[in-house]
Write a protein that binds this ligand. Structure first.
Ligand code: ADP
Length: 587
C-alpha cells in the first residue's frame, strides 16, 4: 500500500453503469469472504498513489509524488487514460504484478516444456496473458534421443498448456489467455493450421501461423517451400506455398483461426536484435516480445481529445491536450515497470534491460463520430496516420525526457537506436494498440481503433449480466437531427446499424457507420495507417458478414501483407461459437 494519503478534496469519480458492474466484479478489492471493501475512488487512488510513489526514487524527477498522484488520479478518473487491467487490479496490493503481456520460451525438452506450463500458470494467476512459440519443439514422430521413443509434437503439448490454463481460472480475476505460434516451415504446420477445426478445442488459445518473407514470395510464385526440422536444421519435406496459404484461408473462413503474423516484419522492427529474436506475440497479437519479456500497456481515450469548433471554426482534435496526456501517460507506464513485481527472475531481468511500454489509443470511433468523419473514408485513414504519428513522436520525446531524468534503458547502447545514435530513450518501444476489451467498458468509449460493433446493443458481460448500450454520440446526433423516438432506438438495438434506414437523414447514415457496414478494405487501411506509426503492433479485427467468401479472406490476408501490417485477424459473423477473449464476455 502507498504511504501517500488520500487528499480530503479528492473528487468522486463519475462511473457509468456498465463500469460499475465490471469494476465491482473484477477490480475493487475484496476480503476473504468476497465482500468488496474498496470504493472506486479508493481503487483509483490506490493505483495513482502506488505508481506515483515510484517517482521518489529518482532524484532528477520534475515531480513530487503527491502532486503526481493527483495528476494520475485525474487522468484516470476523467477516463483520458487507463493502464491495462493487471495494473488496475494489482497496483498497491500484495500481488503487485502489473503487466498484461508476456512471452515465454518453450524449449525442446520435457523439463523446458513443463517449466513453461508452470510459468504460464503463475502469470495467469496475476491477470497477465502469455504468448509462446512452439516452433522449437521437434516434429511429431521424430526420435527422442534419451528414450529411443517418438516425440508427440507441438500440438499435443499445446493441449497441456490449454488444459492447465483452464484449471487456473486466474484466482477469480480473469481466465487465462494464450497465443500459440508455429512457423510455417515447421513440419507439423498442417496439423497446427487445423488444430481448432472442432469448436471448443484449444479454447484458451489464439493460434497464429508465423509467415516468413520467403514463404510469401513462394505463395506469389506458386512454388514449393522447405519444411525444416527444428532440432536438426535438416530439410525434411516440402509443401506448396500456395496450397498451404489456401488451407490457412479456408480454416480462417470456417472459424477465424488461425490468424497470421509476419515474423520477418516483426523482427525488422525489433529494437534490440542483439538480445534475441522475436518469435511470438502476446495473446491478442499487439505486443511482439522477446522470450521472457513482459510489457505493460495503457490507452489514451481519443474521444476526450475533441475540440468543438467555436466562432465558425471547424471542430478539431485538441492537440495540446493530447500532448499533455501522452507525456503524463509515458511517465505513468515507465513507473509501472518499476512498481511491478514479476513472477520470474528471468522476466525481471529482461524487462529491466529494455523497459518496453505500450501506449496506445481507444475511443477512435467516438472521435470520428464527433468530428463527423466516416470511418470508411480516406479522410479518416489520413487522420489516423496524423494522430498516431503525433502519439508516437510525443511518446518518444517523453521517453527522451525521462532518459535525461532517469537514464536510458540499459540495452540502449546495443539497440538499433544506440547504434544509429538516435536516442537516448528510456524505453525500447513506446507504442502499442491494444484491444482495450475491458478498459473501454470502464472508460465508456469505443474499443481500440475499432469501429463500433453496433450503435445500440445488448452486451453480455461476464456471467450472464445483460447491459444495454447506446452510443452517446449517436444518441445526441439523433436528437440534434430531431429524429429521436423510443421506437426508433428499439429498432436500432435489434439490428445495430442504420445503414438501411432510408428515412433517417443521409448525414447521420454517412457518419454513424458500424463494423459490419464497413468494407474489409477500410478495416485493413485503418489498421495499416495506425501500424505505420506504432512501434509494436495493432490489435484489429477485420469483421465480415456471414456471407463473406473464402476469396475475400484470401484477398484480406494478402493485402494485410502488402499494406505493411504485422498480422491480421478476421472474424466472419457467426463462424465461431466461443472466443478466447477481447469481447468483454469473459472479463
Ligand atoms: P484490458 O482492456 O483488460 O486491459 P485488452 O483487451 O486490451 O485488456 O487486452 C490486452 C492484453 O491483455 C491482451 O493482449 C492479453 O495479453 C492480456 N489479456 C486480456 N484479457 C486477458 C485474459 N482474460 N487473461 C489473460 N490476459 C489477458
Amino acid at each position: 500500500m502507498s504511504t501517500l494519503k488520500m487528499p480530503a478534496s479528492l473528487p468522486d469519480p463519475i462511473i457509468n453503469e456498465n463500469a460499475k458492474i465490471v469494476l465491482k466484479r473484477r477490480y475493487q478489492r475484496k476480503d476473504a469472504d468476497g465482500i468488496v471493501y474498496e470504493s472506486v475512488k479508493e481503487l483509483f487512488w490506490r493505483v495513482a498513489s502506488a505508481i506515483a510513489e515510484e517517482e521518489a526514487k529518482y532524484d532528477g524527477s520534475s515531480y513530487k509524488p503527491a502532486k503526481l498522484a493527483r495528476e494520475f488520479y485525474d487522468l484516470m478518473t476523467t477516463y483520458r487514460f487507463l493502464p491495462n487491467s493487471p495494473t488496475l487490479m494489482n497496483a498497491g496490493t500484495d500481488i503487485g504484478q502489473l503487466a498484461a503481456c508476456f512471452v515465454l520460451p518453450v524449449a525442446d525438452d520435457i523439463e523446458g516444456i513443463f517449466d513453461a506450463v508452470k510459468h504460464a500458470a503463475m502469470i495467469h494467476k496475476s491477470g497477465g496473458g502469455t504468448g509462446f512459440s512452439f516452433s522449437r519443439l521437434r516434429a511429431k514422430d521424430s526420435v527422442v534421443g534419451s528414450t529411443g521413443g517418438v516425440a508427440s509434437g507441438p500440438l499435443s503439448f499445446l493441449k497441456i498448456f490449454n488444459c492447465a490454463t483452464e484449471q487456473i481460472k486466474q484466482g477469480g480475476t480473469r481466465r487465462g489467455a494464450n497465443m500459440g505460434i508455429l512457423r510455417v516451415d515447421h513440419p507439423d504446420v498442417m496439423d497446427f493450421i487445423k488444430a481448432k477445426e472442432r469448436d471448443g478445442e484449444l479454447n484458451n488459445f489464439n493460434l497464429s501461423i508465423g509467415l516468413t518473407e520467403q514463404f510469401m514470395r513462394a505463395v506469389e510464385k506458386k512454388e514449393d517451400y522447405d519444411l525444416v526440422a527444428p532440432n536438426s536444421g535438416e530439410v525434411v519435406g516440402q509443401l506448396n506455398a500456395r496450397e498451404v496459404f489456401n488451407i490457412l484461408v479456408n480454416k480462417a473462413w470456417e472459424s477465424g483461426d488461425p490468424g497470421i503474423v509476419f515474423l520477418d516484419r516483426i523482427n525488422r522492427d525489433n529494437p534490440t536484435p542483439k538480445l534475441g529474436e522475436i518469435e511470438s506475440t502476446n495473446p491478442c497479437g499487439e505486443q511482439p516480445l522477446l522470450p521472457y519479456e513482459a510489457c505493460n500497456l495503457g490507452s489514451i481515450n481519443l474521444g476526450k481529445c475533441y475540440l468543438k469548433g467555436k466562432n465558425g471554426h471547424d471542430s478539431e482534435i485538441d492537440w495540446e491536450e493530447l500532448k499533455r496526456i501522452v507525456h503524463l501517460s509515458v511517465r505513468f507506464l515507465d513507473n509501472v515497470i518499476d512498481a511491478s513485481v514479476y513472477p520470474l527472475d528471468q522476466i525481471t531481468e529482461m524487462v529491466g534491460k529494455n523497459r518496453k511500454i505500450g501506449l496506445g489509443v481507444m475511443g477512435w470511433a467516438d472521435l470520428l463520430y464527433q468530428l463527423k468523419i466516416s470511418y470508411n473514408s480516406q479522410t479518416a485513414v489520413d487522420l489516423a496516420e496524423r494522430v498516431m504519428k503525433f502519439v508516437r513522436d510525443e511518446s518518444r520525446s517523453a521517453s527522451k525526457l525521462l532518459a535525461k531524468e532517469r537514464g536510458e534503458f540499459p540495452a540502449y547502447p546495443e539497440s538499433v537506436f544506440g547504434e544509429a545514435n538516435l536516442g537516448p530513450y528510456r524505453n525500447a518501444t513506446t507504442t502499442t494498440i491494444a484491444p482495450t476489451g475491458t478498459l473501454s467498458i470502464i472508460a465508456g468509449c469505443s474499443s481500440g481503433v475499432e469501429p463500433l460493433f453496433a450503435l445500440s446493443f445488448v452486451r453480455n458481460v461476464m456471467d450472464n449480466d445483460k447491459l444495454v448500450e447506446t452510443n452517446p454520440f449517436f444518441e445526441a446526433a439523433v436528437k440534434d437531427a430531431d429524429a429521436y423516438s423510443a421506437k426508433l432506438m428499439e429498432e436500432i438495438a435489434k439490428v445495430g446499424t442504420i445503414k438501411k434506414m432510408d428515412h433517417l437523414p443521409e448525414e447521420l447514415r454517412r457518419v454513424f457507420v458500424t463494423a459490419m457496414d464497413i468494407e474489409p478494405i477500410w478495416h485493413l487501411k485503418m489498421q495499416a495507417a495506425f501500424q505505420k506509426f506504432t512501434d509494436n503492433a495493432v490489435s484489429k479485427t477485420v469483421n465480415l458478414p456471414n456471407s463473406a467468401t473464402k476469396e475475400e479472406i484470401w484477398d484480406i490476408y494478402w493485402k494485410a501483407y502488402e499494406f505493411g501490417c504485422k498480422g491480421v485477424t478476421v472474424y466472419r459473423d457467426g463462424s465461431k461459437i466461443s472466443q478466447v477473449l477481447c469481447t468483454g464476455d469473459d472479463k
